[in-house]
Design a protein around this ligand. Structure first.
Ligand code: LRH
Length: 498
């Protein structure tokens, strides 16, 4: 017998998935368990059109619908569903509620140089004081300001802005909401005041009418529309506003020890290294070290650093495949394992690695410019990327300790990237501390947790995290090779200071 059944959609920049979560009553150990089954998985591609990069949003809607139908056809009876996606992106609706154009991909070139222009105009301190975010080229503010500067007719015609997960929920329920965790990725929200920054919007020519009052995770949005129910032949299940920003859902599913500060690394296309706080930490020190304050679930704030992540390797792999050199991640990791350690390093957060295409050559050029051996083989390239990421994690962890004054015992790694066991091992070695990994599907699980909160099955985030700890195994990695990693770290810091 099940206490509840929920459906989670977790959309990343490279792929999306639908998972069923079933809450099972207390077992012999006295703890309820969450059983998770993946029912659908689909690719998500950036589509280039006449110089712009877009998401194929209707294709994503199609996949969501297919998954809802499949869930019922396979005999599941989800009561609710929740959607989480990557941060920052959005669609614009006209006054009639129709989508104006294809949403841009956050790597669209229109944001080039925009953050720099904002900094020149308003000052870094002032912008950080207001928005509390790291100056990432993808922050929503940059996209909207770029559109405003280009006198975009879409922006002029827009009535409502819906961030990607809210947009997809709207397509399915007809209800327009703005979920809080996504709202805090825009850089147009003031975390300290808990309000939209309408003054800044006005100065930038971004209409403040576009923004709805944020609602917190755990609230219901509404049932599937009658048309969708008829099309899919399913009952009117309810959408829940979960931690709709994938990073925040993933953090909710970190099985950390209760009552103690903890450090985490959400590992996917991006790597997000951070810690959970009760209040945003918007200080000149946090700005200088480039940390973000993102709204989390359960009223938390996440002090975290966006790190370029496995994107760099994903792009290399894509490029090799385009050249007919098909390689699986498992093969790539095996090649990296056999490659010479510390042959060459990069700073993964160098802006040169942000844009798509030509990644292998950009890594080579970086190594050449910094007088290091140039990676030639796939194995050398992958080794260079993975070791460099691990060293960047160490730097971010140490910087976070400076900011919070807390010494973290180890690092919790969650998300798809932990399937790369070499990365987990290198990370433990680089930070010289224990690494705990799991769950892999952290975002989808965190998404489910907020649905269980909405259904009254979990009273709060602490109870929800207990459920994760009781339901999913955690693997531990012990550090080794301290001396050689310390040497590599010194070299890395020189590169990162370039
Ligand atoms: C990770 C992520 C990250 C950033 C980026 C755009 O998937 O959500 O937190 O916001 O995507």
């Amino acid at each position: 017998e099940k206490l509840a059944t929920v459906l989670a959609f977790d959309l990343g920049a490279g792929s999306g998935r639908a998972l069923i979560g079933e809450l099972l009553p207390e077992g012999p150990d006295g703890a309820p368990k969450l059983a998770v089954t993946e029912i659908h998985r689909f690719p998500n591609h950036a589509i280039a059109v006449n110089g712009h990069l877009h998401w194929d949003i209707l294709r994503l809607l199609h996949e969501l619908k297919a998954a809802i139908r499949k869930a019922f056809q396979e005999g599941y009876r989800p009561q609710t569903f929740g959607i989480d996606t990557w941060g920052v992106d959005f669609g614009l609706l006209d006054a009639g509620g129709e989508l104006l154009g294809n949403p841009y991909h956050y790597r669209d070139p229109q944001t080039e140089g925009v953050a720099e222009e904002l900094i020149a105009r308003f000052g870094k301190e002032s912008l950080y004081e207001q928005g509390g975010l790291q100056f990432m080229p993808f922050n929503t503010i940059n996209q909207l300001f770029a559109m405003s500067k280009a006198a975009s007719p879409k922006l002029a015609a827009a009535d409502t802005l819906l961030l990607t997960p809210d947009l997809l929920a709207y397509f399915l329920t007809g209800k327009k909401v703005c979920e809080f965790t996504m709202a805090t990725t825009t850089q147009l929200y003031r975390p300290k005041e808990q309000a939209w920054n309408t003054e800044l919007m006005e100065k930038l020519g971004i209409p403040s009418r576009l923004f709805l009052e944020p609602i917190h995770p755990g609230r219901t949005i509404g049932p599937l529309t009658p048309e969708v129910c008829e099309e899919l032949d399913v009952p009117a299940i309810e959408a829940v506003a979960v931690g709709t920003h994938d990073t925040e859902s993933a953090v909710a599913a970190v099985p950390a020890k209760e009552g103690e500060p903890f450090a985490y690394l959400v590992c996917g296309t991006w790597s997000l290294l951070g810690t959970e706080l009760a209040q945003p930490l918007v200080t000149p020190e946090a700005m200088a070290l480039d940390f973000s304050n993102e709204g989390g679930v359960g009223g938390t704030y996440q002090l975290l650093k966006n790190i370029m992540g496995l994107w760099i390797l994903q792009e290399c792999k894509r490029e090799w495949e385009e050249q007919g050199r098909d390689v699986s991640y498992a093969e790539l990791v095996a090649l990296a394992e056999r490659a010479e350690p510390f042959r060459s390093l990069i700073n993964p957060d160098d802006p040169t690695f942000y844009a798509p295409a030509g990644m292998v050559d950009r890594i080579r050029a970086y190594c050449r410019e910094t007088a290091q051996p140039v990676p030639e083989s796939m194995g050398e390239t992958a080794r260079c990327v993975l070791e460099s990421l691990a060293l960047r994690y160490r730097q971010a962890l140490e910087q976070m300790e400076e900011l919070t004054g807390h010494a973290y015992e180890g690092l919790h790694m969650v998300g798809g990237g932990i399937q790369n066991k070499l990365l987990c091992r290198l990370t433990a070695d680089a930070i010289g501390r224990r690494v705990w990994t799991g769950p892999v599907e952290a975002s989808a699980i965190g998404n489910m947790l907020m649905q269980l909160v909405a259904l009254g099955q979990c009273s709060n985030l602490q109870v929800a995290r207990r459920l994760v700890a009781a339901s999913f195994p955690v693997e531990a990695y012990e550090p080794s090779g301290a001396a050689e990693w310390d040497r590599a770290y010194e070299a890395f810091k020189q590169l990162a200071a370039r």
